[in-house]
Design a protein around this ligand. Sequence first.
Ligand SMILES: [Zn+2]
Length: 344
Amino acid sequence: MKQANKVTRSALQAMPKIDLHRHLEGSLRLETLLEIATEYKLGYPHRTVEELRAFVQIINDRPEHEVFLGKFSVLRHFYRSPEIIRRVAYEAVADAAADNVQYLELRFSPQALSRIANFDLEKVTDWVIFATETAAKDFNIEVNLIITLLRHESVELATRVAEIAYARADKGIVGLDLAGDEVMFPPAPFIPLFKKAKEVGLGVSIHAGEWTDAGRVDEAMEQLCAERIGHGVRVSESREIASKAIEKGITFEVCLTSNLHTGVVQHLSQHPLKRMLDFGLLVTLNTDDPGVSNISLTDEYIIAVEQLGLGYDDLRMMTLNAAKVAFLPENGRSRLVSHFENIL
Ligand SMILES: [Zn+2]
């Protein structure tokens, strides 16, 4: 069903969507966290979700990436049992489906989910694969998984996690990602891991040009084999690097509210998304961390319309861009593109 040019909240909610950049660890329900805090006596307030909210969501925090990443350090304390891991993975998919996301690439760090309870990294990965496959069937949504390496952790640990991803290429994992503090930890030590990812057929998405400059986008394209850049919004500061990205067909996974919360932009109306589109860059619109930022993809579409002046045609184009660069085999991508061309 075509939505014509209506851009009301209900039309945007009903619009079939794709999210290529969403972290499982940033997608936890407050109600679930409250239950876990109560059951495991975690030392966080656990009488109401409102008491807990400030610990795990951005409320009135300083807009800095260290503060944003700090929420994930708190969230790690909630991964206490295999049942919890399976539950949060299942719920993350259910929540995406409820927002009419029809194709989701959910990324996660097995090492983050394992840290507190010292779970086996392979087992954690398989719990997430199983839970998301179950949820995908239950909620009629297509889901693929990306494993995220963290640049502020050791290369040795990243190598172990990358091996788990390589072994599951075509068996539940479709891509490899690099995230974490890009200011303090340059990506160079991780380059061989991403070269290998390409060799075994995984897609590569690299967080870059978010908290640093356009040069990091260049580095991700040239050295880390990135096909897609997480955020990458600072590319808007360099026409030269933007042109190179267009030439190479690199796609940008833009997440508006996340950029506000980490201080990349001071106000959403100043976000460079429009400038990126005007440059002719391939851009997609995503959530990053709907739980931490307390948003849905529909909310992000509304911001794009109300704060940045985009219209239905822009949202449609970004959705089709996402279908074209999904980490799927060629025939899967074509099927996804045709599906969204028909329903949007
Ligand atoms: Zn991200």
